[in-house]
Design a protein around this ligand. Structure first.
Ligand SMILES: *Cc1c(COP(=O)(O)O)cnc(C)c1O
Length: 478
């Protein structure tokens, strides 16, 4: 496909804008010596170009998108309109508080709702993503220990069923990462945890539901062991879609956590758009919170920085409009709707898991949360068709593949997250597609090994694409 830079011709432009009717004033010193090599195109050429680009992309509006650990659910479009209201978009973060009472109220109410959903005592909206939230939460843990002059606590325990960002964030925050294994049931190995904790334990990070889609049945025991050793407990709540309104991390003994508004609370995930990973904590960690906190004095809202704040982790209140979408979503769903969404997410995942259990090996044979993991090791041994081949084959059937080769603790993994927003017909079609892949693997494995056959791009060299991405157009002087 040609780039805009390769299209167009001298002098083409949109004819509808009036020409400049004031003198052009630019300091000579700031003028560039030669005109930039910008493409010159008519409006319709530009329009067709972007239209063609959008047709090459696959999104949740095209079809089923069961990408595990990503919660690619359909988000109500009306929330986009609400986030685009001029009262939210046409303000400046440095405006005096009395002129932005409504926006401060959005932060305050959303914080209150998130507290009641999670059992935390306060939230900051500064972090721009889940991993950013983890980093922020770990800095809170660090500040807490440092304030108590407990400087020996330098280690963060991370089970092997944690999301990959957990150990990375802990290392970035300056901690030593201690990995502990999970048992054959997919839950944290309690004996390994007991052996790992000690006077050097700063805390534990638990992804729950974990990356194999299971709710850790020993969760209360886990937080008790860590607390008894003097550590704090961090809850990776990026996948709250499975438990929101049903169970609260704050009641399970967690001190600090993050949420992904861009997974669970009505901001589309993926595509590189703005995200939000608010961090919540218990009372005793609130003095360390980054950024401003909204204070309510007789219904007059003001903003203040906590006394022992770790500083700012991002400008102002992070991606504020993502918070507006979350509030709209929460208000629309209400007390009944929030747990209903979670329950349906879990129901849909278990429906697919049970239906597919006759055709594929499940990595863990019990009730899952919002996602489940299959292992295609046996299929690969029998037919030579790998999880990658199966995923590529699904593209030809018009379905976005599940997450593949993650979590790392399962061989030839496919991780399926249907989400609560899909109908039974869509789930059934997804099940049929996976069954068809299996049939093709048994009868015509060669076809799958060269799939996709319908997609615009076949099999790119993914390592090359990740290590040496070509994302910038270079002018080639003819
Ligand atoms: C997605 C995810 C993250 C990371 O969130 P980002 O916004 O991509 O940084 C962390 N933990 C879990 C469990 C996740 O699913």
């Amino acid at each position: 496909m040609e780039l805009l830079f390769e299209k167009g011709g001298e002098g083409r432009r949109s004819r509808y804008l009036p020409s400049c009717d004031v003198p052009e004033l630019a300091p000579k010193t700031h003028l560039r010596a030669s005109a930039p090599a910008l493409p010159q195109l008519s409006e319709v050429e530009v329009d067709r170009h972007y239209e063609a680009l959008s047709r090459r992309a696959y999104g949740v509006c095209e079809g089923f998108y069961p990408l595990g650990s990503c919660t690619m659910k359909y988000n109500p479009a009306v929330n986009e309109d609400l986030a685009a209201l001029p009262g939210f978009t046409d303000i400046h973060p440095l405006q005096p508080a009395h002129t932005v009472q409504g926006c401060l109220n959005v932060l305050r109410i959303t914080e209150k709702f998130l507290c009641s959903i999670t059992g935390m005592d306060g939230f900051t909206f500064q972090p721009a993503a889940g991993a950013h939230g983890e980093f922020t939460g770990l800095l809170l843990i660090k500040a807490y220990h440092r304030d108590r002059e407990d400087t020996a606590r330098t280690k963060i325990i991370v089970p092997d069923s944690a999301h990959g960002t957990n150990p990375a964030s802990a290392a970035m925050a300056g901690f030593t990462v201690v990995n502990i294994p999970s048992g054959p049931d997919g839950c944290v190995d309690l004996e390994a945890l007991k052996a790992a904790v000690g006077p050097d334990t700063a805390g534990l990070m638990l992804t729950n539901p974990n990356t194999v889609g299971l709710f850790d049945r020993n969760i209360l025991e886990i937080t008790r062991i860590v607390h008894e050793a003097g550590g704090l407990c961090y809850y990776d709540g990026a996948n709250l879609n499975a438990v929101m309104g049903v169970a609260r991390p704050g009641d399970m003994g967690f001190d600090v956590m993050h949420l992904n508004l861009h997974k669970t609370f009505s901001t589309p995930h993926g595509g590189g758009g703005p995200g939000s990973g608010p961090v919540g904590c218990k009372d005793f960690l609130l003095p360390y919170m980054p950024g401003i906190r909204v204070r309510d004095e007789h219904d007059v809202l003001s903003a203040l920085i906590p006394e022992r704040s770790i500083g700012s982790v991002r400008g102002f209140n992070g991606n504020f409009l993502v918070v507006v979408r979350a509030l709209a979503y929460l208000l629309a769903l209400g007390r009944e709707g929030v747990p209903e969404a979670a329950i349906n997410a879990v129901l849909n995942a278990n429906y697919m898991r049970v239906k597919l259990a006759g055709d594929f090996d499940m990595a863990y044979d019990h009730t899952c949360m919002h996602e489940f993991v299959m292992t295609l090791q046996q299929l690969k041994d029998d037919t030579g068709v790998s999880a990658l081949d199966a995923a590529k084959g699904l593209l030809d059937l018009g379905i976005h593949p599940p997450t593949m080769y993650f979590p790392l603790i399962v061989h030839e993994a496919l991780m399926v997250e249907p989400t609560e927003t899909e109908t039974k017909e869509t789930l059934d079609a997804g099940i049929e597609a996976l069954r068809q892949i299996k049939k093709t693997a048994e009868t015509d494995p060669e076809t799958l090994r060269h799939s996709p056959h319908q997609a615009v791009i076949g099999r790119p060299d993914e390592v090359e694409a990740a290590r040496h991405p070509v994302i910038r157009w270079q002018e080639t002087k003819a």
